[in-house]
Design a protein around this ligand. Structure first.
Ligand code: ARG
Length: 474
């Protein structure tokens, strides 16, 4: 063990006190540094520092001349970062120390005064909240764009008949527009969740300092206003330590990816030659290097595959936070990579799915219709018909089941059985039954809010569009 005396140069480089008697081991420096990934927080860090410095001047703690130098220096640093000219160095642990060191190099002692009444603990919590808030806005806008694309595709298909499935078996006819609206409804909830999450993200931790607050007469409201925060984190220990806002964001992202993966899975199925409901444009597909006939739906498959990353990010964040004693612990440095990964997965995923929906999909209405006419999709309609004639539903169900068996043995559809054959299963059947057994009759009869009748689908599209309009945009 070295017993070297405290070296002011070491203290200056590390950013912490001269308490140490030897420099930190290189191995440890590399292990504990975060600048390689947290440099992404630079814009937020600069914004937070500017607001903090202005507040310090307003309360008389930082001379105006120092504030002017800090503003000039941070502006220059922001510019250097944009130009790729900033001298990032892993000698300084993280984004905060890199920027502070550079500021001091540029403007001298004023740079050293910036950290008055502040700690990296409340600083990093503030930066991450600013980052997540911006990410929510970007992802929220991308979700709205996808919802718009789904509505655009649903509109011309409000009456396009396809089989609805349960257990992936033909169940009842629905319209393609109705089916697409199911995803719009899921994404509308995702939008709501993000908006709701944003309210809790948008609270200011600065002022909490290391954990207990600060002895300076700070004006937290001023800082909050300048940074666009809707309120303050109310407890300093909580403010510097909890990352539930990031976890909530990742949870919202995980749900969103789950929805996208369901849609992606349907695209894979629908575009397979067996279904043939849609064709994906060639530019969204790849071929096989060995099987010349293949056109693979790589994009939706990757959407499905990348869903696991975001689930992983959520679990990582939950686990980072689990069982941490108050207040800040270095564990929290591990919050950044998963948050960035959520953003880096969601934004391109939403962009590519939106492009595919709005401009890469050809719908084969004939194949959809043909598939809907197989599998006795209107059997429930026949049962409902009998119920309307006074037959108890369970008896009607049984009678129709027999009729389906009959049709199956004849290898024909219910609608092609003769009236006499149908009447063997119930004498109440008359020739008005054929209106009920057609696909159009079936969908038109489900004419209530939330149902698949084309008129309802059109109304639902109008309502969804209204909620996407700028005033209600979420
Ligand atoms: N890089 C650190 C992080 O990401 C900043 C906070 C450091 N605070 C401390 N007490 N070591 O959390």
């Amino acid at each position: 063990m070295s017993t070297r005396k405290s070296d002011p140069a070491i203290a200056a480089a590390s950013g912490w006190s001269g308490r140490f008697s030897e420099p930190v081991a290189d191995l440890v420096k590399r292990y504990t540094a975060s600048v390689d990934f947290d440099s992404r927080l630079a814009d937020a860090d600069i914004a937070g520092s500017l607001a903090h410095a202005r507040m310090l001047t307003a309360i008389g703690v930082l001379p105006s001349a120092d504030l002017a130098a800090i503003e000039r220096g941070l502006t220059e640093i922001a510019d250097e970062i944009r130009r790729g000219a900033f001298p990032w160095s892993s000698d300084f642990e993280d984004v905060h120390l890199n920027i502070e060191r550079r500021l001091t190099a540029l403007i001298g002692d004023a740079g050293k005064r910036l950290h008055t009444g502040r700690s990296r603990n409340d600083q990093v919590a503030t930066d991450l909240r600013l980052y997540v808030r911006a990410a929510i806005d970007d992802i929220g806008a991308a979700v709205v764009a996808l919802r718009g694309a789904l509505l655009d595709l649903a509109e011309p298909h409000a009456a396009t008949i396809m089989p609805g499935f349960t257990h992936l078996q033909v169940a009842q006819p629905v319209t393609f527009g109705h089916h697409l609206l199911a995803y719009e409804a899921m994404l509308a909830r995702d939008s709501e969740r993000l908006v709701d999450c944003r309210r809790r993200v948008n609270r200011l931790p600065l002022g909490s300092a290391a954990l207990a607050g600060t002895s300076f007469p700070i004006d937290r409201d001023q800082v909050a206003r300048e940074l666009g925060f809707e309120g303050l984190c109310t407890n300093s220990l909580d403010a510097v330590s909890d990352r539930d806002f990031a976890i909530e964001f990742a949870a919202d992202g995980a749900l969103l990816m789950m929805h996208l993966s369901r849609f992606a899975e349907e695209l894979v199925l629908w575009s397979s030659p067996r279904f043939g409901f849609v064709r994906l444009a060639d530019r969204f597909c790849t071929g096989s290097s060995i099987m010349p006939q293949k056109k693979n739906p790589d994009v939706p498959e990757l959407v499905r595959g990348k869903t696991g990353r975001v689930y992983g990010d959520l679990v990582a964040l939950l686990t980072v936070m689990k069982a941490q004693p108050l207040a800040y612990n270095k564990d929290n440095q591990e919050d950044k990579a998963p948050v960035f990964d959520v953003v880096d997965t969601l934004l391109p995923t939403l962009a590519v799915i939106t492009a595919l929906v709005s401009d890469g999909l050809e719908v084969d209405a004939e194949r959809m219709r043909a598939a809907a006419s197989e599998g006795y999709a209107t059997a429930t309609d026949l049962a409902d018909y009998l119920v309307k004639k006074g037959v108890p539903f369970r008896d009607a169900h049984e009678a129709v089941a027999q009729a389906v068996r009959h049709a199956e043995s004849e290898r024909c559809d219910l609608a092609t059985l003769s009236l006499a054959s149908l009447q063997r299963y119930s004498p109440l059947i008359e020739d008005d039954v054929y209106a009920v057994l057609t696909l159009e009759g079936s969908i038109a009869s489900r004419n209530h809010p939330g149902g698949t009748a084309p008129a309802q689908v059109r109304a639902a599209i109008r309502a969804a569009r209204a909620s996407l309009a700028p005033a209600g945009a979420r």
